[in-house]
Design a protein around this ligand. Sequence first.
Ligand code: GDD
Ligand code: MG
Length: 359
Amino acid sequence: MTNPAEVDAVILVGGQGTRLRPLTLSAPKPMLPTAGLPFLTHLLSRIAAAGVTHVVMGTSYKAEVFESEFGDGSKLGLQIDYVTETDALGTGGAIANVAGHLRHDTALVFNGDVLSGADLGALLDSHDNHQADVTLHLVRVGDPRAFGCVPTDPDGVVTAFLEKTQDPPTDQINAGCYVFKRDVIDRIPKGRALSVEREVFPGLLADGHRVCGYVDASYWRDMGTPEDFVRGSADLVRGIAPSPALHGQRGESLVHDGAGVAPGALLIGGTVVGRGAEIGAGARLDGAVIFDGVRVEAGAVIERSIIGFGARIGPRALIRDGVIGDGADIGARCELLRGARVWPGVSIPDGGLRFSTDV
Ligand code: GDD
Ligand code: MG
């Protein structure tokens, strides 16, 4: 059986996080605060808890932020190397690009935006038992069209890899975590952009490589959209999603140091309130992700929304399924619903944007 201490972890964190704009204009997606910690802290702690010690991060967009936060990794009990693509190489190019930094014969490759409870030891064992060249963690989802669809035969051997197809033959999808034999990585073409999903996996299948699936039913969520980010954060707060990085009591809300919550404010649905934020009297926050330094005025209602650093939500404003950029100022009684996104620093005057006609 493979010893996790003899496995490298590779984390792909070079994407631009476009679906989470405008929050990702100032921070890369894997660094956005999730239950009070940069998202990657949850993944890194999970990797450390599994006994893997060496991590290579494949960075590109806002590359410098990762090293300033995690340094050499020693605080998490890890040794972290950073490999930066000047021009993003795509998921396959990024894996090929870290090959020179691998120390072992087996690598665990992770998408940097997935919240998961999968047992990494069991995934490695499955890879060994199947004598696979590559093993893909697979999960079942309600709508596979936004993911890589991965059918397998009755022995668990992958028969196709169909990235984001409108006509998925199964509800089994790529969960964004792979075990690679080192020599398979060494053979990925270097120095040009390519997609692991659209080129490398289909190419390996066509060449007759043994690609296997490891299916489980543990917690799983891709955090790449506002809706999923809000759900994943709330699940961490409520203890529905596992994370070795979170200790102590989990409950309906999580309020960080230096935040002020006025009497009569209601915090439910896995709401998280960042450091130094102020929540006014009678405000109602249900599944809200409130970054550091935000001010929510009296009587405001925030449901399933993300409020960026230092933004202000005026008295009796309503934000539902919205994303408010850093430093934006939403005037009193404004209503922002159904996927509304406000860009950083934008001010909307009192009553200046409404979905209803009452005054
Ligand atoms: N280094 C590097 N360079 N990283 C990249 C690049 C790149 O050029 N492009 C994307 N990444 C990173 C992103 O930062 C992210 O952590 C990860 O690769 C996956 O990219 P996403 O943009 O989040 O992909 P997706 O969610 O649309 O689809 C992927 O994940 C699904 C599961 O969550 C695919 O792997 C699907 O097949 C899969 O089902
Ligand atoms: Mg993703």
